[in-house]
Design a protein around this ligand. Structure first.
Ligand code: KIV
Length: 287
């Protein structure tokens, strides 16, 4: 029997405790294999509702459903063992009332095994965040550019480019902190505003298109791998996986067409030695 203790998974309080300590590293993942690959390197994995656009080719995150989030969330939990898994609540699953939000968040936690959920919104979600956190649901908030509000914002627009807009976004960040969120994603906002908010709140800020001064950073995995056809300005491509896939597929197609694949290494031979099972079979049919 092994005496090795399993590596403990990061929890929401562990992420909260990292404020002011060391930068928090996070990425999105939507399926088990990528979760397994990134798990040793990140503190938390977000099963983002960006999966609607990235995996399912939807025009925005608005059509993403609870069932889609649960399917991908459970796969990511199965594929990982160390990082905290945070699952995004999709549009229209939590805004109506704290009670509706609790029912849907509880379903996500029960059916995926994730350790926290994320929802979009600031001041207007304060009551819901307080209701959820008092009932055992750790909440990561998300302010600034909130993609589920794309139709209200009139596009995926960077927030806080004019100083006159800062106070409302700062109020959002303070409201979610006060309500009990353990961290906040700051997405698509002017850099000095993200830096200011990071100083104002005592919970970690996780930047995406925000600031290097945030307490942590997150990117969509497919974007940073070079797999997405188009990426926003704030993405740094750390790999060229799209080009690698295309090269491998072109090589495969060529090998199939020229019959260079499969070779004898990829097919099964017939065994010369007759097994006892086969001998019995032959006996029973009188051969
Ligand atoms: O859905 C998502 O992937 C996100 C990140 C961009 C923060 O919310």
């Amino acid at each position: 029997m092994s005496h090795q203790r399993p590596i403990k998974r990061y929890t929401a309080p562990d992420i909260l405790a990292m404020k002011g300590d060391k930068p928090i590293v996070s990425l999105t993942a939507y399926h088990a294999h990528t979760a397994r690959i990134i798990d040793p390197y990140v503190d938390f994995i977000l099963v983002g509702d960006s999966l609607g656009m990235v995996m399912h080719g939807l025009p925005s995150t608005v059509p993403v459903t609870l069932d889609m989030m649960i399917l991908h969330g459970a796969a990511v939990v199965r594929g990982s063992s160390r990082a905290l898994v945070v699952v995004d609540m999709p549009f229209a699953s939590y805004e109506e009332s704290p009670e509706v939000a609790f029912r849907h968040c509880a379903r996500v936690m029960k059916e995926t095994g994730c350790g926290a959920i994320k929802l979009e919104g600031g001041v207007q979600m304060g009551e819901t965040i307080a209701y959820l956190t008092k009932r055992g649901i750790p909440v990561m908030a998300h302010v600034g550019l909130t993609p589920q509000a794309v139709h209200v914002m009139g596009g995926f627009k960077t927030q806080g480019r004019e100083r006159a807009d800062w106070a409302a976004i700062e109020d959002d960040a303070k409201a979610v902190e006060q309500a009990g969120a353990f961290a906040i994603v700051l997405e698509g906002m002017a850099e000095p505003l993200a830096k200011k908010i990071t100083k104002q709140v005592n919970i970690p800020t996780i930047g995406i298109g925000a600031s290097a001064h945030c307490d942590g950073q997150i990117l969509v995995l497919e974007d940073m791998l070079g797999l997405s056809p188009q990426v926003p300005k704030f993405v740094k491509e750390f790999g060229q996986i799209g080009a690698a896939i295309e090269g491998a597929v072109a090589h495969y197609a060529e090998d199939v067409r020229t019959r260079a694949f499969p070779t004898k290494d990829h097919v099964y031979s017939v065994k010369d030695k007759i097994s006892a099972k086969s001998k019995n079979k032959l006996k029973s049919v009188g051969k």
